[in-house]
Ligand binder design. Sequence first.
Ligand SMILES: Cc1cc2nc3c(=O)[nH]c(=O)nc-3n(C[C@H](O)[C@H](O)[C@H](O)COP(=O)(O)O)c2cc1C
Ligand code: SF4
Ligand code: SF4
Length: 290
Amino acid sequence: MKILIHFHSGTGNAKRVARAFEQNFLTAGHETSLHNIEDQQTPIDWESFDFQLIVYPIYGFNTPQFVVKYFKSLCPLVKPLPTYIVMESGEWLKLNNAAYKHLNRFLKRKKMILRGELHYLMPYNMIFRHTDEMAYRMDQTMQSLAKLDAHRMLALETFHLETIPFGTLISTVVRIQYLGAKINGVFYHVDKKKCIDCRLCVNQCPVKNISYDEKKQKLVFGPHCLMCQRCSYQCPKDAIFTGLFNSWKVTPKYHYQKPYKPEQNKHPNYCKHSYAKYFSWSEERILKGK
Ligand SMILES: Cc1cc2nc3c(=O)[nH]c(=O)nc-3n(C[C@H](O)[C@H](O)[C@H](O)COP(=O)(O)O)c2cc1C
Ligand code: SF4
Ligand code: SF4
C-alpha cells in the first residue's frame, strides 16, 4: 500500500504521533510519505495513495484553523481517498471528540472519505506542565496504541469516536478561538534582558509571524498568530510573553526519554479522572492486542 501522512504540530506532540504511525507502516512494508502541512509548495500526487492519515492537536475543542484552511484550499480529488484522522490533546474528554467535525465538512467536498477518527492523550502544552515522567508515560502509551491502530488502518477498518450531545454545537461556539489567537498574538512580546537574539522563534514560526524590527531594534509579532506555542516553548531563555495568556505558558520543554517510575506518577488533580480512564482503557487494549 502507499500511504500519505499529513501532520500539523505546534510543540512536537502531533509530530511524534505522525512519526509513530509512519514507523509502523514502514515496518509493515508499506511505502509511506510524511507531509508537514507547513510545506504547501511540494506537489502531492494524490491519486497515487491508497489512503491518507491526518494528525493534529486539538485547539479549543476544534481542529486548528491552519489545518482546516489547508484542506479547504485544495481542489476536489478525481478518485475518492479513504481518510483517517488522529487528534491528540491534553484532555481525554468526550467533549474534545467532536473536534474533527468541522474539518470533515471540507474533506467530504474534496472526496476525502473519512473511515475513522482517533483521539490520543499527550502532554498539555498550555495551562500547566506535566512532570517529565507523566509525559513519558503518555508518549509510551501513544506508541503502543499507534502500533495497534496502524494495523486497523492497513485493513481499512472503519471506527468512529463517541461524541456527547451538543458536542458539535460547543465546538462551533468555541471556534471563536480562531479569532482569539490572532488578537492575543498581538500582545506577544519579548523580554529584551533575557533574549540572546538566536532568532529561533523567527525561523520556526509556522506562519512567519515574528520579525526583527530594525528601527525599534526588537522582535515584533504580527497579526497572524495561531497560538501554537512553538516560539515560547522552544525559546532557550524563556524570554517570550504569550500575551494575555502568559500564565498558561508551558516551559521548559518535555524530556520524553526519562524512564517512567510509577512511584513518581503524581497525577496532577487537573483531569485526574479522565487520565486514569485513558490509561486503563489503553492498557486493556494493549493487553488484548486490539
Ligand atoms: C491554543 C491551544 C488550544 C488548546 N486547546 C485544547 C483543548 O481544547 N483541549 C485539549 O484537550 N487540549 C488543548 N490544547 C492542548 C494541546 O492539544 C496538546 O497539548 C497537544 O499535545 C499539543 O500538540 P503539539 O505539541 O503537536 O502542538 C490546546 C493547546 C493550544 C496551544
Ligand atoms: S528564541 Fe528566545 S532567545 Fe531566541 S530570539 Fe527568540 S526570544 Fe530571543
Ligand atoms: S508567534 Fe509563536 S505562537 Fe504565534 S504562530 Fe508563531 S510560533 Fe506560534
